[in-house]
Write a protein that binds this ligand. Sequence first.
Ligand code: FAD
Length: 400
Amino acid sequence: MDLRFTPEEAAFRQEVRAFIRDNLPQDIRERLRLGYSARKEDIVAWQRILNRKGWACYSWPVEWGGTGWSPVQRMIFQEELLLNNAPELQGFNITMIGPVLIQFATEEQKRHFLPRAANLDDWWCQGFSEPGAGSDLAALKTAAVRDGDDYVVNGQKIWTSTAHNADWCFVLVRTDPHARKRQEGISFLLVDMKTPGITIRPIISIDGSHHLNEVFFDDVRVPVANRIYEENRGWDVAKFLLGNERTGIARLGKSKERLDYAKSLAREVQQHGRPLIEDQAFRAKVAQLEVDIKALELTQLRVVSAKKSKDGKPDPFSSILKIKGTELQQATTELVMDAGGPIGMVGWAKELAAMTNEPHDGPDWAAPLAGPYLFLRAASIYGGTNEIQKNILTKAVLGL
Ligand SMILES: Cc1cc2nc3c(=O)[nH]c(=O)nc-3n(C[C@H](O)[C@H](O)[C@H](O)COP(=O)(O)OP(=O)(O)OC[C@H]3O[C@@H](n4cnc5c(N)ncnc54)[C@H](O)[C@@H]3O)c2cc1C
């Protein structure tokens, strides 16, 4: 197998890189370089720039605004966004609900929602997990009972990322509590977040950010016209969506970028009178991560270039990308923290001030070091936990 890029693919990479260089607003690039998360307005602004170029819904079929790129081109595009500190596309819109609508929605639903999703006129969120239903998603209890042309929805979702920013939520609900199998009584609804009866309660995560929420539904009326696919067949839609969710979750470009960033900080930081980059223990960590990144890159190329299976199911090898990719995101952000050392704590200036009267300053880059390090502890949980991915691998790949 030849895993080298063709001259056309190399030229494509240069084209994407040049576009990002010339069009990504400098303030957004700098915020992401320093390790801050992209804000809603950054993501909207950048996605609209990409949409004008025709690249926002790059993975969709051409008839719905897609690019017609090969899987390798898509991989290069995603990697270049991350390598160059551009915000990622809004995943709930582009990777999740867009392909679901294209596969399962009516023409009317497609014509209304798809262009708005591409241009981020609607910000989508994902209402799947519940307090008693995460890895075992089919245990979900949020109920939708038919009443005329509406469903009346009651229940609770949890860990709903960016629900507080969202215009719409795609929600899994139980429409037949008596189905023979739990999976057969679930439907997939599109819910306008402005509907009366929806309450959003923030969950502040360990990094101090507001990304997660609880969402409560109290007699929320959702038109039957907002159901996707058949009643009680929502599990088919969810399986299709979750297969797409894992695509690109390795975020290898980000790990490469963070490793380079850690090296650049280590040239600046002094330890025992010498730059940290000369420290043997630090260098050994860098070398190990470079080897691991290269190994995952080769695996990713193998997965991307493999033919899609005939039944359209996600390639079980993509579970390796999820496991190793998230481990690398955690390890590279940890290395960035290592480079910062104690000054990486300045993000907690307020908390530290309560304990000591020492000033807590540091260079510009110090304050945002800890946030991504802490938030990415969750990377091995979201998108299907790494333990569940290992179960998939043992069954589907190792045949155990
Ligand atoms: C940052 C973040 C963002 C998220 N965003 C969203 C979102 O936008 N929308 C949404 O719907 N959900 C979201 N989630 C929820 C996420 O999908 C769930 O947390 C995940 O599916 C795990 O479910 P759980 O938290 O209920 O843990 P559980 O399923 O209760 O698992 C607890 C532990 O047990 C392990 N475990 C469970 N079952 C098995 C098994 N069969 N074999 C081996 N080990 C097992 C798990 O790996 C885990 O370590 C998000 C989560 C996080 C952390």
